[in-house]
Design a protein around this ligand. Structure first.
Ligand code: PRX
Length: 675
C-alpha cells in the first residue's frame, strides 16, 4: 500500500521561508489574531503614494442582516500597481533582470523581456490607450493569446487606472460580445491570429464578429488595437510557401476603428507618469460562470489584491531571487492574472510564459521547456497532468527535470493517481506538491500546503493560507467541528478577495452571502479528516468543472434549448478520465422532430460556437421526457446517476413520473452504455 503522508524533502525545507508546521502555525496565528499588523507589515514592501491608516487597516461586513456586504483593505491609501511591479524593482537594481522568457507555439519562436524594457513598453502603450481616450475607471477588453503584449496591455491599463477585462481567447465571438456589452469597454485589444498546436485561431475575425454583435446590442467600442503577431513568427516566415501560408492572408481593418499595435507604438512616448489610485479602486474584472447562466463580472481592487497575490506567490511557490518559475495557465483565467502576471512581478521574479500546448510539436513539450529554462517552480492543472500521464514515462525521461523544487496544481481536485505520477515521475520523489484551492473570486490561493512545511496527502489542499478562516457548515448553517463534511465557507475576508460583481452588488450578495449569514460561501463542498486536513470534494451547485474551466449547466442548457428542434435540455457533469468532468446532455425534441446524429452534431457545434470549444458536450442523449418533481423542477441528481449508469438513484418519491427513469437508462447512447 502506498503511504498516505509525504513529508517535505529536507532539502526543500532547509531553504524555505516556512520550514515547519510549527512555524506555519505561528505565522497563521498572527495573521488571524492580528490581521492589521500582519498585513500592515507586508504592505511595507510596497510603495504607497498615500500610506494607509494603521488603525483602520481593514473593515468588513459579511452579514446581510447587518447591512450591505462590504470589504475594504487600506481604504484611503493610494498607489499604482505598475509602479510597484516595474519602477520599484528597477530602482532596486533589477532593470536588466529578465521578467519573462517567452516560448512560442513553435520551439523556434522565443524571446525575452527585461524589467526595464517591460516598463518602457508599458508606458508607451499606456500613452497609446490615452490617445484613444481611455481614462481612469474605463474598461478595456483584452482578447489576446499568450504573448508578451498581453502583459504589456494589462499593466498599461493599471498605469493609467483603467480596468482590464480579459476574455480568454478560446471563448466564442458571442461570449466575447456578451462580456464587452456587460462591461461597456471603451477599447478592445487583440492579435491577428495565433497557432495553438497546428490549429490556427483567427482572433481578429472573432473580434470583428463580436464587435458587430456588440453594436447590435447597443454598445460600440471606440477602438480595436491589433498585434501583428503571426507575421513576425519564425515558423511563419520560414515556411517554404509563405505566400500561401495563413500569415500572408490580409486582416480586414475598419478605418478609424482598427489600429495596428506596432504602428501606434512607433511614435508613442516611453514615459508615462503613473496615475495614483485608491487602494479600493478597481484593478480588473474577470468574468466567471454563474449558476443562473449569465456570467458574473468578478471585480478585484488594487491594494489588497497586490498584497495577496505577492504574498501567496512568495510563500506557496517558495520563490527565491534567481529562481525560474513557470505557470502554464492562460492569462485569460484568474490563475494567469495572479500567478503569471501580478504575483511573480510583485516579487521581481523571472518567469516563463508559454504560447503553445503540451502536445506540440510532441508530447514532451512541457518537460523540454522545464529543461530548457531550468525551471524551479512549475504550476499546472490536474487535467494537463492526466493527459500527459497517458503517454507514459518515456517523454519525461528524455529531459533533465532536476532543477524542479515545487510543483503546483490548481483548478479541480487532483486524483491520487495523478498526484503520485506528478510526485514521482516529474518531481523525482523530491519536490513538494502544492495543491492550491482557490477561485476567480478569492483572487489568490486560500487553501494550500506550503512546500517546506506541510506534510502532503495526495488529493488534499490541506490547510488555510495566512489570514484565511475556513469553516465547514451543515445544511442548517451549523459549524462542523473536527472530522466531517459540509459546505466550504469563509468567516472573514483576506486582502485579495473580490469586492463585488461589476454593476450588480445585489447579485454578489445573493450568490455568495445569502445562503449562510456571516459567511462567504464558495459553492464547494469539503471534508475535514482526523488530522484536520481539508479535502475539497467539488461543486455543490449546478456548475460543471471541465478541464478546470467552470461553467454552469443552465448556460449550456439555454444554448441547446434555442435550437428549433429542441423542446427541453438538461445538462449534468459526468466524470471523465482526463477532463475531470465532461458534459452529458439530455435532449427532449419538439413534437414531430426526430432525434438523430445530425441533430447531435448540430447541438455540439452550437455549444462550441456560442460558448467556446472547451464547452463542447461529450454526450448528447435522447430524452423523451425529463425526471421532474411535481412542481416541475428537473431532478439533476437523478440525471447524474443515469449519466454514469448507476441504478442506485435513491429516493424518487417526489418524482412526477417514475417511468421516465427506466426509459432514460434504456436510451443511453451505445458508446457510453457500459460505462
Ligand atoms: O470547484 C473549485 C475548483 O475550481 C473552482 C474555481 O474555479 P475558477 O473560479 O475558474 O478558478 C480556477 C482557478 C483558481 C472552485 O470553486 N478548484 C480550484 N482549485 C481546486 C479546485 N477544487 C479542488 N481542488 C483545487 N485545488
Amino acid at each position: 500500500m502506498s503511504k498516505t503522508i509525504y513529508e517535505p524533502h529536507p532539502s526543500i525545507s532547509k531553504k524555505a521561508y516556512v520550514r515547519s508546521m510549527n512555524q506555519y502555525k505561528e505565522f497563521y496565528k498572527k495573521s488571524i489574531d492580528n490581521p492589521d499588523e500582519f498585513w500592515g507589515e507586508i504592505s511595507k514592501q510596497f510603495y504607497w503614494e498615500t500610506p494607509a491608516d494603521p488603525n483602520k487597516f481593514f473593515s468588513y461586513n459579511f452579514d446581510t442582516k447587518k447591512g450591505p456586504i462590504n470589504i475594504k483593505w487600506m481604504e484611503g491609501a493610494s498607489t499604482n500597481i505598475s509602479y510597484n511591479l516595474l519602477d520599484k524593482n528597477i530602482k532596486n537594481g533589477m532593470g536588466d533582470k529578465i521578467a519573462f522568457y517567452w516560448e512560442g507555439n513553435d520551439p523556434e519562436d522565443y524571446s525575452r523581456l527585461t524589467y526595464k524594457k517591460l516598463l518602457e513598453e508599458v508606458c508607451k502603450f499606456a500613452n497609446v490607450l490615452k490617445s484613444k481616450g481611455v481614462q481612469k475607471g474605463d474598461r478595456v477588453a483584452i482578447y489576446m493569446p499568450m504573448i508578451l503584449e498581453i502583459v504589456v496591455a494589462m499593466l498599461a491599463c493599471t498605469r493609467i487606472g483603467a480596468v482590464h477585462s480579459i476574455v480568454f481567447a478560446g471563448f466564442s465571438s458571442d461570449s466575447l460580445a456578451e462580456r464587452m456589452v456587460d462591461c461597456k469597454c471603451k477599447v478592445l485589444l487583440t492579435a491577428d491570429s495565433v497557432f495553438r498546436g497546428d490549429k490556427l485561431l483567427r482572433l481578429k475575425e472573432i473580434c470583428d464578429e463580436a464587435m458587430q454583435r456588440s453594436k447590435k446590442l447597443g454598445h460600440e467600442v471606440a477602438a480595436c488595437i491589433v498585434v501583428r503577431h503571426l507575421r513576425r513568427l519564425n515558423c511563419s516566415i520560414n515556411s517554404n510557401n509563405f505566400e500561401n501560408s495563413p500569415a500572408s492572408k490580409p486582416i480586414p481593418m475598419t478605418d478609424d476603428r482598427d489600429f495596428w499595435w506596432d504602428d501606434e507604438m512607433e511614435d508613442a512616448s516611453s514615459s508615462c507618469y503613473p496615475v495614483w489610485v485608491g487602494a479600493e479602486d478597481p484593478l480588473f474584472m474577470l468574468y466567471t460562470s454563474g449558476s443562473t447562466g449569465k456570467p458574473k463580472g468578478v471585480l478585484h481592487t488594487t491594494g489588497g489584491y497586490l498584497l495577496y497575490a505577492a504574498t501567496t506567490f512568495k510563500y506557496v511557490f517558495d520563490y527565491h531571487p534567481g529562481d525560474i518559475y513557470w505557470c502554464t495557465a492562460d492569462v485569460g483565467w484568474i490563475t494567469g492574472h495572479s500567478y503569471v502576471v501580478y504575483g511573480p512581478l510583485a516579487n521581481g521574479a523571472t518567469s516563463v510564459i508559454f504560447e503553445g500546448t503540451p502536445f506540440y510539436p510532441k508530447n514532451d513539450r512541457f518537460w523540454s521547456i522545464v529543461a530548457k529554462y531550468k525551471v524551479n517552480q512549475f504550476y499546472t492543472a490536474p487535467t494537463a497532468i492526466r493527459s500527459l500521464m497517458k503517454f507514459g514515462d518515456e517523454p519525461v525521461k528524455k529531459h533533465d527535470l532536476t532543477t524542479l523544487r515545487v510543483l503546483g496544481t490548481v483548478g479541480e481536485p487532483i486524483n491520487p493517481e495523478a498526484w503520485l505520477w506528478y510526485y514521482k515521475q516529474i518531481g523525482g520523489d523530491r519536490c513538494s506538491i502544492v495543491d492550491t484551492f482557490w477561485q476567480t473570486e478569492t483572487g489568490g490561493h486560500v487553501l494550500t500546503p506550503l512546500p517546506g512545511a506541510t506534510p502532503m496527502k495526495p488529493g488534499s489542499a490541506t490547510f488555510p493560507f495566512f489570514g484565511v478562516l475556513p469553516e465547514l457548515l451543515d445544511e442548517n448553517g451549523k459549524v462542523i467541528e473536527g472530522e466531517g463534511e459540509g459546505y466550504l465557507v469563509f468567516r472573514r475576508p483576506w486582502p485579495g478577495m473580490m469586492r463585488t460583481l461589476f454593476g450588480n452588488h445585489e447579485r454578489f450578495e445573493q450568490t455568495y452571502f445569502s445562503k449562510f449569514d456571516g459567511f462567504y460561501c464558495t459553492g464547494d463542498g469539503a471534508r475535514r479528516d482526523e488530522d484536520g486536513y481539508l479535502w475539497v470534494t467539488g461543486r455543490v451547485d449546478d456548475m460543471l468543472n471541465v478541464s478546470g474551466h467552470l461553467m454552469s449547466t443552465s448556460e449550456v442548457e439555454s444554448v441547446l434549448s434555442e435550437h428549433s428542434s429542441v423542446s427541453e435540455a438538461a445538462v449534468v457533469p459526468r466524470p471523465h478520465p482526463v477532463k475531470g468532468e465532461c458534459l452529458y446532455c439530455f435532449i427532449t425534441p419538439n413534437q414531430g422532430m426526430t432525434f438523430n446524429d445530425k441533430l447531435v452534431a448540430e447541438l455540439k457545434l452550437r455549444v462550441r460556437e456560442r460558448i467556446g470549444p472547451f464547452a463542447t458536450p461529450d454526450i448528447v442523449q435522447h430524452a423523451p421526457g425529463l425526471p421532474k418533481t411535481r412542481s416541475g423542477k428537473i431532478m439533476r441528481r437523478v440525471l447524474r446517476k443515469i449519466a454514469v449508469n448507476d441504478r442506485n438513484i435513491g429516493d424518487t418519491s417526489t418524482l412526477a413520473d417514475e417511468s421516465i427513469i427506466e426509459l432514460l437508462f434504456k436510451n443511453r447512447p451505445e458508446s457510453v452504455a457500459t460505462a
